[in-house]
Design a protein around this ligand. Structure first.
Ligand code: AMP
Length: 216
C-alpha cells in the first residue's frame, strides 16, 4: 500500500527529527511546508517575499497560498510512491482541500509545555547541513558551530519564547479541529513525544509496520 502520512504536533515536539527517521525507513517523500516556505524566502522568490512576514511573526500563511504550494508539490513524480506531510494540514480548510488524496495515517505527537519551551528556545540549526542541536538539553563545546560540518549555527527567527507562545496558541486553535477531523476517520495514532528519540521512533515504527502489514 502507498503510505500517505501526516505527522502532527506543536513546534518542538520533534516532528522534524521523526520525519527524518520515517523517510529513511519507509518509501515516503518528506514534504515540509515550513521548509518549503523557508527555501522560497531564502531564494527571494515572489512567493518568498509574499510569505516572509507571516513566518517572521509566527502566524499561519493564508490557506489558499499554502494549499496551492503543497498540492503542486504532491503532484510531482517523486511523491507518487508515498509521502509524509510535516506541518500540513494546519487548518480544517487545508485538511478538506486534500481529502481526495486519501491520507491513511496521522501520527499525533503530544508533549508537555515546559519541555516544549526548552526544546524550541534553545534549538539551533546548522546553516549548511541543517543538523538540529539543543544547547540546553545537549550542551555543545562550541555553541556557534556545527559538530558535524563546522557550519555556522543559527537560531530560527521564530524560535523565541514570545513567538513560541503565539505559535502554540495558533497551533491549538487551528490544528485541534484537524486532529478531531482525522480522529473521526479513525486514522489518528497518539504518540508521547516527551520520551527519548529512540523510544518515540520505536512506537511510530510499530504503528507504521502494523498498518503496512494490515493493509497490503
Ligand atoms: P514550521 O517549520 O512547520 O514550524 O513552519 C514555520 C512557519 O511556516 C509557520 O509558523 C507558518 O508561518 C508557515 N507555515 C508552515 N506550514 C504552514 C501551513 N500548513 N499553513 C500555514 N502556514 C504554514
Amino acid at each position: 500500500m502507498i503510505l500517505k502520512i501526516v505527522i502532527m504536533g506543536p513546534a518542538g515536539s520533534g516532528k522534524g527529527t521523526m520525519s527524518d527517521l520515517i523517510k529513511d525507513n519507509y518509501p515516503v517523500k518528506h514534504i515540509s511546508s515550513g521548509s518549503m516556505f523557508r527555501d522560497e524566502i531564502k531564494q527571494n522568490t515572489p512567493l518568498g517575499q509574499k510569505v516572509n512576514s507571516y513566518l517572521t511573526q509566527g502566524i499561519l500563511v493564508p490557506d489558499d497560498v499554502t494549499i496551492e504550494l503543497v498540492r503542486n508539490r504532491l503532484s510531482q513524480e517523486d511523491c507518487q510512491n508515498g509521502y509524509l506531510l510535516d506541518g500540513f494540514p494546519r487548518s480544517l480548510v487545508q485538511a478538506k482541500a486534500i481529502e481526495d488524496l486519501g491520507i491513511n495515517v496521522v501520527i499525533n505527537l503530544t508533549i508537555d509545555e515546559q519541555l516544549l519551551v526548552d526544546r524550541i528556545v534553545y534549538r539551533r540549526l546548522c546553516e549548511d547541513c541543517k543538523t538540529i542541536y539543543n544547547i540546553k538539553l545537549n550542551p555543545l563545546k562550541d555553541e556557534e558551530h556545527c559538530e558535524k560540518c563546522g557550519g555556522k549555527l543559527y537560531q530560527r527567527s521564530d524560535d523565541t519564547y514570545e513567538k513560541l507562545m503565539v505559535r502554540l496558541e495558533s497551533y491549538l486553535e487551528e490544528t485541534q479541529p484537524v486532529i478531531d477531523y482525522y480522529r473521526e476517520k479513525g486514522i489518528v495514532y497518539d504518540v508521547d513525544a516527551g520520551q527519548s528519540v529512540e523510544d518515540v521512533y520505536k512506537q511510530i515504527d510499530e504503528i507504521l509496520t502494523k498498518i503496512m502489514e494490515e493493509r497490503i
